[in-house]
Write a protein that binds this ligand. Sequence first.
Ligand code: 6GU
Length: 247
Amino acid sequence: MRIDIISIFPEYFAPLDVSLIGKARERGILDITLHQLRDWTHDVHRTVDDSPYGGGPGMVMKPEPWGEALDAVAARSPSAPPRLVVPTPSGRPFTQELALELSAEPWLVFACGRYEGIDARVIDEYATRTRVDEVGIGDYVLAGGEVAVLVMVEAIGRLLPGVLGNELSAADDSFAPGAMRNLLEGPVYTKPPEWRGRRVPEILLSGHHGKVARWRRDEALRRTVRNRPDLVTRLDPDTLDKRDREV
Ligand code: 6GU
């Protein structure tokens, strides 16, 4: 997968050299290019923002540098244009489902806004040429889209074939489609079997795979009720059995 990220702070993306995503890049599974938006300005101050029409606080990102930047980045391939993702707290929610959908794309461009956002005509203009999604990562406000893009690239990147050590581990994730849809993962344990007087639940030492699976599902349900009661109403009734309802 190819990813281009346009920002006035490309230094924010240093973590993408590290760990799982860094390895995926070294191995050629992920091809990430960072771009400095100011490279597409033409004034001595390399201006990217201006005051909002209609008044109000803050600054708005000017359309011209964004237009030139997006045209230049998209022109790097004569084939189908990239799907454009614009991080903003006003966007649709970033979910595991959207991460999975985006992980199937050959090419993504992330356009990181700062200040009060990007002139809305940029999004309207590109929406006539390609799929554009304004996406937010939660109900709070960050200083800019950069950290949100780090979050999204990590969530998307780990779903690419060959990135996770164990391909099965993504299937068990909280929010993964299938049996874990809208369920949080329960607690996990490793050796030693007793630590500071606390025993690992005996079922996990029993070697009884059926009972272990049932226990894990019960724990996942309990944790979901406790930490995310809003998710319980979204559990698919068809996937709940009698035991689930007792939890
Ligand atoms: Cl994508 N951007 C900003 N600036 N704040 C956010 C966000 C994005 N998602 C949640 N808060």
